[in-house]
Structure formats: structure tokens, C-alpha cells
Design a protein around this ligand. Structure first.
Ligand code: SAM
Length: 291
């Protein structure tokens, strides 16, 4: 196999040889720019003591770049048709394990225990299938695995939502949830022209540095997520009204008014103006009110 699997001619010849038809439903847009793949692999900051988990290797374009830098790469691919292709394109790399599975139904923790136990650092690196970006990120973060960082290409609009600051239209439940677990930064943007087939959206590479400890004290995390989701349910409504409609019985309206006044929060504010600390304070008090 030639040096860069992602070389456009190489990708096209592999696709032709296997008569591979792209499945839009699986978010199959393959990267055909070796420089961008190098840039992703470099920004993930991996070396031979790093165990890497890749989600959706496609025909192995990024996998190859990761294997050249990491101790070992475990690549999880849902599409069975890609397995024989990967066996061929990645044949010369001894430090890659391909698993044919749906990442959402796979225990990341078991993969780390079974395949990457000897590595001092575990990192997730991927060009994610866009239709499941949020569920994948939320799964890795909430499962509290030993993953140190997540460097992934995602839809630019989602990257902007994840890194948004309170007050703007991009700031929402995804921002709050991701930032509770990780420090998020956009590393660089990627135009749609470097993929085949070309997606309808622009992309960006984002890095999440997973926090060792949460930045705020939450008594019940599950309840916190529920509060955050309900808070943003109707963006034009105040957070207070969203709570009344989605979480608190109407009979407790007065108590809720009293609680807002006690913790000095204006009930006319919308959820997008609340920072992580304020969500934490509110959640911990709400829990007492409901129990
Ligand atoms: N890594 C390749 C690249 O950069 O060219 C392909 C990236 S493509 C955007 C996304 C890949 O994720 C596809 O190969 C697709 O089949 C795979 N995929 C989609 N859903 C998946 C899932 N739930 N679990 C694992 N892989 C998935």
C-alpha cells in the first residue's frame, strides 16, 4: 500500500476495486488530504506510550497516521463492508486492531482493559460520523473512562456550540454538558472540499481535554443533566418557565419563586445566560426542593 492511503487517487482506486458504495446514513465522508490528516494526528499529541481509540476508520486514512505515531490503535468500524478493505490497506501495521462494532453499543472501558491496558495515556482521535457526534461524545464523557483527551473532526456548527460562551445563541445543553467533563477548544477549521463525497457542511477539529475532577460540585449528576436539558427545552422561554413546564409540579411554583429569590437568581433570565456554576447551584437547591 502506498504511503498515504488518503491520497485521492489511492482512495478512488480502493473504492473502485471493492465496488464500495458510500452510505450517507453512516456519515461516510472520507478525508482525502494527507496534510490535514497529519495535522489532526499531530494535534492529538500522541507517542509510543499512547493507546489510541479511533471511531470510524473508513478505509484507514487516519488510522495509518495514528499508527505511525501511537503505541497501538484500536479502530471501531460499524460497516462490515470496510473490514476486508482495512485488512488490506493497513496490512503492514502491526499495532492496529480493527473491531467491527457500533461504538454506541461498545464498552470503551472494556476496550481499554482488554486492548490498551499497558498504556499510560489513552486518547480518542477520529473523523466522526456527523449523524451521531453528540451521542458519541456524551457516551465517552459520561462513562468516565480513562480517556485523557478527545481530538475529533466534527461539523463546524457543532464545534461552535460546544465551545460557546454563555449569552449567545450557540450556547446550549451540549455546551454545558461537555464543559462539565472537559475543557474544549477548536483547533482548526476544515473546508468541505477535502472529502469524498463532499459533505453539505463545513467541519472543524475540536479537542476536549477530559477533566480529572469536575469544575463544580454536583450532588446528583443524572439530575443535573435533566435540569440542563429541561432548562434549554424552549429557548425563548425563561429558565423558570421551562422548569415549571418540564420538571416541577405546578403546585410548587411558589416554592420555586422563593428558591430563585433565596439564591439570588432573576426568574426572568433565559437558560443561555447561566454559566456552569449557576447551573450547579440551581441543581443542588432544586434537588432539595423536590425531595
Ligand atoms: N476515518 C475515515 C476518514 O477520515 O476518512 C472515515 C470517516 S467517516 C466521516 C465516518 C466513519 O464512521 C465511516 O467509516 C462510518 O462507516 C463509521 N461509522 C458510522 N457510524 C458508526 C458507529 N456508530 N460506530 C462505529 N463507526 C461508525
Amino acid at each position: 500500500m502506498e504511503k498515504n492511503i488518503s491520497n485521492k487517487t489511492m482512495t478512488q482506486s480502493v473504492i473502485k476495486k471493492y465496488n464500495f458504495a458510500f452510505k450517507k446514513s453512516l456519515g461516510q465522508n472520507f478525508l482525502v488530504d494527507p496534510n490535514i490528516l497529519d495535522k489532526i494526528a499531530d494535534s492529538a499529541d500522541i507517542n509510543d506510550s499512547t493507546g489510541v481509540i479511533e471511531i470510524g476508520p473508513g478505509i484507514g486514512a487516519l488510522t495509518q497516521k495514528l499508527a505511525e505515531r501511537a503505541g497501538k490503535v484500536v479502530a471501531i468500524e460499524i460497516d462490515q463492508r470496510l473490514i476486508p478493505i482495512l485488512n488490506e490497506t493497513l496490512a503492514e501495521y502491526q499495532n492496529i486492531k480493527v473491531i467491527n462494532a457500533d461504538v454506541l453499543k461498545t464498552s470503551i472501558d472494556s476496550i481499554i482493559k482488554n486492548e490498551l491496558s499497558g498504556f499510560s495515556s489513552i486518547k480518542v482521535v477520529a473523523n466522526l460520523p456527523y449523524y451521531v457526534t453528540s451521542p458519541i461524545l456524551i457516551k465517552i464523557l459520561t462513562e468516565k473512562t480513562k480517556v485523557d483527551s478527545i481530538t475529533v473532526m466534527i461539523q463546524k456548527e457543532v464545534a461552535e456550540r460546544i465551545t460557546a460562551k454563555p449569552g449567545g445563541k450557540d450556547y446550549g445543553s451540549l455546551t454545558v454538558l461537555v464543559n462539565y467533563y472537559a475543557e474544549a477548544n477548536i483547533i482548526f477549521s476544515v473546508p468541505s472540499t477535502v472529502f469524498i463525497p463532499k459533505p453539505n457542511v463545513d467541519s472543524a477539529v475540536i479537542q476536549l481535554k477530559v477533566r480529572k475532577n469536575p469544575p463544580i460540585k454536583i450532588v446528583d449528576e443524572e439530575f443535573f443533566f435533566k435540569v440542563v436539558r429541561v432548562a434549554f427545552q424552549h429557548r425563548r422561554k425563561t429558565l423558570f418557565n421551562n422548569l415549571i413546564h418540564g420538571l416541577i409540579e405546578k403546585g410548587k411554583k411558589q416554592q420555586l419563586e422563593q428558591l430563585f429569590s433565596e439564591i439570588n437568581i432573576d426568574p426572568k433570565r433565559r437558560a443561555e445566560t447561566f454559566n456552569l456554576d449557576e447551573f450547579a447551584i440551581l441543581t443542588n437547591y432544586l434537588e432539595k426542593l423536590l425531595n
